[in-house]
Design a protein around this ligand. Sequence first.
Ligand code: TPP
Ligand code: MG
Length: 283
Amino acid sequence: MPTLADYKSQPAAWCPHCGNFGVLQAVKMAMVATGREPWQIALFSGIGQAAKLPQYLKCNYFNGLHGRAIPPATAAKAVRPDLTVLVTTGDGDCYGEGGNHFLHALRRNPDITVLVHDNQVYGLTKGQASPTSEESFVTRTQPTGPHDQRFNPLALAVLMRAPFVARGYARDFNHLAGLIAQGMDHRGLALIDVLQPCVTFNRLNTDDWYEQRIYKLGEDYDPTDRAAALAKAEEWDVRIPLGVIHRGERPVFTDDMPGVAGEPPALRFRAPQDAETLLDEFV
Ligand SMILES: Cc1ncc(C[n+]2csc(CCOP(=O)(O)OP(=O)(O)O)c2C)c(N)n1
Ligand SMILES: [Mg+2]
């Protein structure tokens, strides 16, 4: 059985008390709780403070371009369905620069988990408004606020019938670890948006701001009721729900692809001479 120590990597270069530490801890706890070994995991990320997470965890990872983590993750899962594939991304990376990929992943439904560290700001580039920033969020580049309506990723995901839609809080890493474990085990796209305090560049959405509003969905809440889930996903200003907001079933991206059935495609040609034999068929 894996232990937390198996996932230990280099020390993280985040600000002291950054919410990202809670997300990192929750990812490790979810892997250990579900018995996943580091070699059974593949993490994909883009650019940002959030997207640095794979560098602080010992497992397979791919750190690519800003906003572009979902396409290689989708492809990797198609050719290595035996791996657990996660995207670790930020609100800017996933909903801003990578917004189009996010939109089409909701349509495509790959069997991957998308973990969004949603600090409502561009942290790495020092504090510009992101798609999830409050309309009143004043920054040095948006001195009267961003003016754009706040993007609601969870409502969109419920509307598009994403099979697993959840929200966690970075400071409550035990609860978040449970959501990640459930998301990884649920077939299809799992979107987990994580409220993540940014202690340096977001002085509006502080620990206090979140803790005055968050509450956990109770046993009486039915996440399979999509109409109720949409209403839950729209709750924000006064009270913010945490937990599994929506759970459902939908065909997965590779379900109708005969080419990926059977032995994982990426493991079929192990030696260079195998590739040469294949090429000989075409001469
Ligand atoms: C194509 C491109 N555009 C812009 C940038 C600059 N850039 C790097 S990270 C980032 C925003 C990151 O925000 P987020 O994903 O929320 O990550 P955080 O640092 O807040 O965790 C931007 C705009 C870039 N690297 N590449
Ligand atoms: Mg961010």
